[in-house]
Write a protein that binds this ligand. Structure first.
Ligand SMILES: Nc1ncnc2c1ncn2[C@@H]1O[C@H](COP(=O)(O)OP(=O)(O)OP(=O)(O)O)[C@@H](O)[C@H]1O
Length: 329
């Protein structure tokens, strides 16, 4: 049994199980021996660009053959029962396009007919209603906002009652309000019993909306847990300090320098509140002018940095590089 398995569920109760799932492109391991057990939950797979998220989803949706290992969806093996797997799932890729010349209703109806669902007109209306598009269903998708088009893609995906829904970066390119709305819909689908497997590089969204997340880096799973448990892995407070002048090493008991960005220094502290004045004094005594000092609890960003930097080489960490890598807004 791998360390991510939840003992309270028997094997058949996991809609998604991966066993040493691996994909190699030439010499590159895009996904390396992935072992996951996903229950009836919103499960986020988090990682920077190129970490293997899309490759994982493509294998689980039977669109890409693994190099090694396997997976099962709703008890069906992706190798031996791909047809049953496809009947159990829907997949909304990153760049799926609705047909902008058709109305919202026609777009959904087309999918209902493609899937061969019984009573396609009724299922279409139901999906449009769930995604709050019924009022605008007769308008051409061309006039829909980005958020509405994404909701239309979700409506298309729902029309054949999938048990498992795969979403690849569902909120990319949307504004704050549209992103929130998409996640609210995803939560409703989970409440109705659907398993949601979602890729994202937006740590804040994963933190807020996913029941559990797997953090992956260069194809390898670094950790899987609830966002709260992952954050608790860093049993330290985070202190950010803005200084003027160049930084020189200081020694404060229970405080460790983590990394810097521009003029901001990040420290990990065992007891943040007690450490604040000590750190301030130490920096001042060492000739630095402290412009600002703040204390916060760790975020998933910090967990990612912690995991990746401990798995990585020990070259100095640059937060700006990390933000670019994550495609941060
Ligand atoms: N068809 C392919 N041929 C060769 N290499 C590939 C192919 N598809 C993906 N890769 C490589 O595999 C690695 C994982 O890519 P993947 O698209 O799964 O990452 P990702 O985490 O989804 O990234 P993004 O967030 O940019 O979509 C990358 O290094 C990528 O260049």
């Amino acid at each position: 049994m791998d360390k991510y398995t939840d003992n309270s569920l028997s094997k058949s109760e996991y809609p998604i199980i991966t066993q040493n799932l691996t994909k190699k492109f030439g010499d590159l391991y895009a996904v390396h021996q992935m072992n996951l057990s996903v229950g009836n939950e919103i499960f986020g797979i988090l990682g920077p660009n190129g970490s293997g998220k899309t490759t994982t989803v493509l294998m689980l949706t039977t669109l890409l053959e693994p190099t090694d290992g396997t997976a099962s969806i709703c008890g069906y093996d992706i190798h031996t029962h791909p047809r049953q797997v496809r009947d159990s799932i829907s997949y909304v890729p990153q760049d799926m396009a609705v047909d902008v010349r058709l109305s919202g209703r026609e777009n959904v109806m087309m999918f209902a007919e493609l899937y061969g669902v019984r009573d396609p007109a009724r299922k279409t209306e139901e999906a449009l209603r769930i995604l709050e598009l019924a009022d605008r269903a007769d308008e051409r998708a061309k006039v829909y906002s980005g958020g509405m088009r994404r909701r239309l893609e979700l409506a298309q995906a729902l029309v054949h009652n999938p048990k498992v829904l795969f979403l690849d970066e569902p909120t990319v390119g949307l504004d704050v309000a549209a992103r929130k709305k998409i996640w609210e819909h995803i939560k409703i689908l989970r409440k109705q019993g659907m398993t949601i497997f979602v890729t994202t590089h937006y740590m804040d969204e994963a933190d807020k909306y996913c029941d559990r997340v797997a953090i992956i880096d260069r194809g390898r799973v670094q950790a899987v847990d609830t966002p709260d448990n992952l954050k608790n892995m860093i049993s330290q407070d985070i202190i950010s300090v803005t200084i003027s002048g160049s930084f020189s090493t200081i020694d404060v008991p229970g405080v460790r320098f983590a990394f810097s960005e521009d003029e901001q220094l990040i420290f990990y502290a065992e007891h943040g509140e007690a450490a604040l004045p000590l750190l301030h004094n130490a920096l001042t005594e060492a000739g630095m002018k402290v412009e600002a000092l703040s204390l916060r609890r760790p975020s998933l960003d910090d967990v990612f940095l912690h995991l990746v930097s401990s798995a990585d080489d020990k070259s100095p960490f640059k937060l700006s590089t990390f933000r670019n890598m994550m495609g941060k807004r």
